[in-house]
Structures are given as C-alpha cells and as structure tokens.
Design a protein around this ligand. Structure first.
Ligand SMILES: [Zn+2]
Length: 417
C-alpha cells in the first residue's frame, strides 16, 4: 500500500507534512517522507480542508444540457470544493423524497467523493402554493429547504414554510427579492420581511446571495435584534458591478442583478470584517445558445466553482494586501458555511478522512481549462489572481492540475484523466 505524502504545505501559516494512507490522514509533522512514498512537493503552497459551496445549481434532473451531477462535481473538485449544496430549481423540483434520494444516489455513483447535499423544494412545483413535506425531505437527506429559482412571494405561505422548517429543524435558505415600486426586483423589502418572519417563527433562515449594502445592513440589525438569520455573499456581488454588464453582456446577467460600486465595496467590507457567514458561488450553468440570446431573454446566472477561491481571495487581497486575505477566504469557504448547516466540516488531523485542497500562490490568470463545467458562462476568464488550485484530495481519490489548470488523477480510481 503506497503512502501519499503532502510535503510541507503551510497550514494556517505553519509548515506541516501530511501523510495519507487509504484516504486517511495517518501522520502530521515535519519531514516524514520515506522511500517508496508518493511525495507531492507542497512547499510554498497552502492547504485547507476541502471547501464547502452552499449554493450550487447542478441542473440534474431535467436540464442536463447545462450541467449534470457528474460535470458539476468535476467543476467542484477543480476548485478545491469537496462538498456542496445543490439548489432545488430542477425539473422536477425535489419536493418528493424520491427526487432527493435520486440526487444522492447519482452523486454517490458519479460524484467522485464530492459530498452532495440536496436542498429540498419548499413547494410542490414552481408557482405551487402547496408546501412539501419537510420532515419527509429531511429523512431522505435534504439539508435545507429553499425557494431559490421560484421565489415565494405570498407572506402567509412563506410564514408556513418557516414554521415547518422550525418544527423539523432544517434551515430555510431563500432567494429574497420582491417586486419593487420601480418594477425591479427589490432585495431590502424581501430581506426585511424574511428577518421579521424568522424572528416570529424561530426558524433558522439563511439569506442567499445578498447583493445590496442595504440588505446586508438589515440582516446585521435583525441579528442584533435576535433574529436567527445567517447569510451569504457571492463573489460576483463584490467583484463585479452593473458597469461590467456593458463589457460582459449576458455573462453579466445574474439574479440578483449586479449592483453599484458602493454596494460591492460595502459587501467586501462585510466579508473582511467577518460579518457574513459564508461565501457561495451560486454556480449557475447555462448552455451557449441560451446565453447567446438578447440580454432580456437570456437566463440569469454565472459560474464557476473552479475559480471561486481564486477570485474571492484576489478581491480580498486587493483590499487588505495582507496574508489575512487567505485566512478570511479560507474560513468563509470552510468553517463558515458548515456552521450555517449546523454541521462539522472536515478537519486536517490524524485519523480523519483526508478531504483537503491545496492552493499555489503566485500571479496567474483564470483560464477556461480551470472551469470543468459542461457550460462556459464564466465572467472571470483572464482575471488576474494570486491563488491557483493545485490539488484536491477526497478520501482515496486525489487530483493535481497540469500547467493549464486541467485536472488529472493521481490515483487510478480518481477518474477524468
Ligand atoms: Zn437565487
């Protein structure tokens, strides 16, 4: 049995060699390499527990021309992501336990060790006013309930959904935007309402992809006021602004839409100050002909998981110019999202399953080869970054990148050569 030795990466600033045997961490220390070991030189690279992306659209079942569970898991692995929550706007919606079970079964078959955690649909079909059975969805393996992709506008129905979440002990994660006076989707009024109902019902509510300074401010106040609310920010809402839409065209179309420079700056401050609980990609693949439509007809959404740590780390670095940037990004892609779920993430310790990611520091540009999705609607290509995915280990499987950023397995079982 061969040992894989990750030689001397920095773990939270300290050099530690990590020995992996049969997918388990069996030793941590300095040196440790022996003749016959497969030694991966990680000096000057940075190690982290594999990342968790709590907001991903895998598109299966029903829209496999955009992405499926296998290609989505490949995109995750490419970005150092070892676990993800998949949103329920599939066709059919996962409003029945059988659909949740089908996603889990498929992930087990083709996910290469990525922990796929389905999010159950809040209602029985888009536009339905009938709630699903959340206890049954939880039993089947759903880790949250959501209306993402089919926002519940009716306040009574939303309140009942929150009540049921409180009863069964699942967080509700929502897309909180309501029609505003100007006809555009309005985040602050929806976020204010969600925080109020969360407090009334006691439901744990996780506010997805917050895009406005005002929305963030409302959440922080509601938390001080005792509302059981957590929240996430997507990198595109602090890296890109409405002005980038001219350059990006439909690649810059996303929901919630890109906002002002002031919003983006305020959200980045929330990230750096530790006010937000998690970063999340809202990885939303669309086929090229769909994104080639005129702006008003093209579907909203961007990807991808393959560059999420790189682009978020770069934005934070540009503001703080300090190694703290890595620690902020690492914590918001690992401990933060796990605590939103109320779960423990992987640990780098002896006896634990090896689930980790290694990043290489140095000037690089995001390349199409990094993305590994079935779709290519990524707005970050050619963006300069400082941290590049180098290796992903998920138990007995491990992958490295070639010079272009393509994945290749170092264990025959890994797949995707
Ligand atoms: Zn959404």
């Amino acid at each position: 049995m061969s040992r894989t030795v990750l030689y001397e990466p920095f773990d939270a600033g300290v050099r530690r060699t990590i020995v992996i045997e049969d997918g388990t961490i069996t030793a941590i220390g300095r040196g440790l390499a022996r003749p016959g070991d497969r030694v991966i030189n990680c000096t000057d690279k940075w190690i982290t527990p594999a990342l968790l992306d709590i907001h991903v659209h895998l598109r299966e079942p029903g829209q496999e021309h955009k992405e499926d569970i296998e290609t989505g898991c490949r995109a995750a692995i490419a970005g150092g992501i070892g676990a993800l929550c998949c949103m329920p706007n599939t066709d059919p919606l996962p409003h029945e336990p059988a659909t949740v079970e089908r996603i889990l079964r498929r992930a087990h078959e083709v996910g290469r060790g990525v922990k796929v955690m389905p999010v159950g649909a809040a209602v029985r079909g888009k536009g339905s006013s009938q709630l699903s059975d959340y206890a049954a969805l939880k039993d089947a393996g759903a880790v949250m309930i959501s209306d993402d992709g089919f926002t519940i506008e009716d306040e009574t129905l939303l309140t009942e959904a929150f009540q049921q979440c409180a009863e069964v002990g699942l967080p509700f994660t929502g897309h909180f935007e309501l029609p505003g006076d100007d006809g555009l989707p309005n985040e602050p009024i929806a976020v204010e309402r969600a925080c109020r109902i969360a407090k009334e019902t006691g439901a744990r509510v996780h506010i997805a992809h917050v895009s406005t300074a005002e929305g963030a401010g409302i959440i922080m106040e509601a938390r001080t006021d005792g509302a059981p609310v957590t929240w996430e920010i997507c990198p595109h809402h602090f890296i890109l602004t409405a002005e980038d839409v001219d350059r990006l065209g439909t690649l810059g179309k996303v929901a919630p839409r890109l906002k002002t420079r002031a919003d983006a700056d305020a959200l980045l401050t929330r990230v750096i100050d530790g006010d937000v609980d998690a970063l999340a990609s809202d990885h939303a693949p669309h086929a090229e002909p769909e994104k080639a439509k005129p702006f008003d007809e093209a579907p909203p959404g961007m990807l991808g998981m393959g560059c999420m740590m790189s682009v978020s780390h770069k934005a934070i670095w540009d503001r703080v110019a300090d190694p703290k940037a890595w620690h902020v990004a690492r914590s918001l892609w690992t401990d933060g999202p796990w605590s939103v779920l109320g779960m423990e993430g992987p640990r780098i310790e002896i006896g634990a399953e090896a689930r980790l990611a290694i990043f290489e520091f140095g000037d690089a540009k995001v390349r199409p080869e990094w993305i590994h999705s079935r779709s290519s609607n990524c707005p970050y290509l050619d963006m300069a970054v400082r941290a590049k995915p180098f290796m992903t280990v998920l138990g007995p499987r491990a992958w490295l990148r070639d010079s272009l950023g393509r994945l290749y397995p170092i264990e025959s079982e890994g797949g995707w050569s």
